[in-house]
Design a protein around this ligand. Structure first.
Ligand SMILES: *[C@@H]1O[C@H](CO)[C@@H](O)[C@H](O)[C@H]1NC(C)=O
Ligand SMILES: *[C@@H]1O[C@H](CO)[C@@H](O)[C@H](O)[C@H]1NC(C)=O
Ligand SMILES: *[C@@H]1O[C@H](CO)[C@@H](O)[C@H](O)[C@H]1NC(C)=O
Ligand SMILES: *[C@@H]1O[C@H](CO)[C@@H](O)[C@H](O)[C@H]1NC(C)=O
Ligand SMILES: *[C@@H]1O[C@H](CO)[C@@H](O)[C@H](O)[C@H]1NC(C)=O
Ligand SMILES: *[C@@H]1O[C@H](CO)[C@@H](O)[C@H](O)[C@H]1NC(C)=O
Length: 285
């Protein structure tokens, strides 16, 4: 009887472990993630407990517009966590993106006190530092789709005017939602679709600075690719020649033909590496 019961529990235990494994393996890969190796926590520490508390509380802090933030603990053990859904995703997609991130991020960054992970639909960050505001110190992660535009100069002009306009729109979005999408016509009957977003806690000026700096940095690195993204915890943008977002899009008029060049001449950069997290994307860093 005891042996049977023992076997039964062993069986139950293996089913349980199997479920745990399949559940934790089910999260898709991040487009990009970063485990900050500068500071680690130890297993079973107060920091780890606070991190777990923070991540399990985070989904209940929705601002109503897909912005989440939760902090817990004191002094060195304080954990700040933040998540942001892309402004156009519906609440179900937002929730499920956040649950995936909450499982996935501590799994791939198992000891780091600070980490960030980006999916198409949301980002999650936690840190022992305060996560708020734009301080110009973070490095952008720039990704491009390796397909080149047919007419680089015309494409670049249309793209920069689209991104600048979206940056202004997003920054002016108010304290709850700083998000804008739009389209403009590019060369050879292409339509360029763009999206820009900041965390809503940024001021209009901070959001605008963050997106301007990101666009300027991207413009120096890119070589005319048809799609790209710039990722920072507090602001991001993306563009493609296909419609990749839901919901409304404002039409941004194409800029007039070139009297002046809006971008600096191409800077010689070594070719980027193929980004292993998203096979269709080149990493510009
Ligand atoms: C933190 O852990 C990572 C992964 O184990 C390691 O590479 C890194 O050197 C550690 N950082 C410190 C400051 O110990
Ligand atoms: C952490 O705690 C668990 C449960 O209390 C224990 O089984 C495990 O050995 C501990 N791990 C470390 C590294 O202390
Ligand atoms: C986009 O809209 C479609 C149709 O309404 C919906 O099924 C889908 O979940 C939406 N996608 C996101 C990311 O919100
Ligand atoms: C995070 O949430 C707290 C409590 O709701 C709030 O006081 C704080 O301002 C928020 N922080 C940010 C960066 O939004
Ligand atoms: C895009 O253009 C760059 C620079 O002109 C070139 O090195 C690269 O091979 C092109 N990529 C594709 C996919 O055509
Ligand atoms: C661009 O946005 C406008 C405004 O929503 C929309 O009517 C139009 O269909 C879009 N253009 C394309 C090519 O999708």
């Amino acid at each position: 009887m005891f042996i049977l019961a023992g076997k039964f529990f062993l069986w139950l235990f293996s089913i349980f472990m199997y479920l745990i494994n399949t559940i934790t393996l089910a999260q898709p890969d991040f487009i990009y993630y970063d485990c900050q190796n500068a500071a680690n926590y130890t297993k079973n520490s107060t920091y780890q407990r606070n991190l777990e508390t923070s991540l399990s509380a985070l989904p209940n802090t929705n601002s109503g517009f897909g912005f989440y933030n939760f902090s817990t603990g004191n002094g060195n053990d304080r954990v700040n966590s933040m998540a942001l859904c892309r402004g156009d995703v519906d609440s179900n997609s937002c929730r499920s993106c956040l649950s995936d991130s909450i499982v996935k991020l501590p799994q791939i960054c198992p000891v780091q006190r600070e980490a960030i992970g980006y999916y198409d639909n949301c980002l999650l960050q936690y840190s022992d530092n305060i996560i708020s505001g734009y301080n110009q110190q973070g490095t952008n992660e720039n990704l491009v789709n390796p397909q080149n535009a047919t007419d680089r100069d015309r494409f670049t002009r249309s793209l920069m005017s689209l991104l600048n306009e979206l940056g202004r729109e997003a920054a002016a979005g108010g304290p709850l939602r700083k998000f804008a999408t739009g389209n403009t016509s590019g060369p050879d009957f292409t339509t360029i679709y763009g999206l820009a977003q900041c965390t809503p806690d940024l001021s209009e000026q901070e959001c605008s600075d963050c997106l301007d700096d990101s666009v300027n940095q991207f413009a120096i690195l890119y070589r005319g690719e048809n799609g790209g993204r710039s990722l920072l915890p507090v602001c991001n943008f993306r563009y493609e020649i296909f419609r990749f977002f839901n919901g409304s899009t404002m039409v941004i008029p194409s800029p007039p033909p070139p009297p002046i060049s809006l971008v600096s001449p191409p800077v010689q950069k070594p070719p980027g590496n193929i980004d292993s997290y998203y096979s269709n994307i080149l990493n510009l860093d």
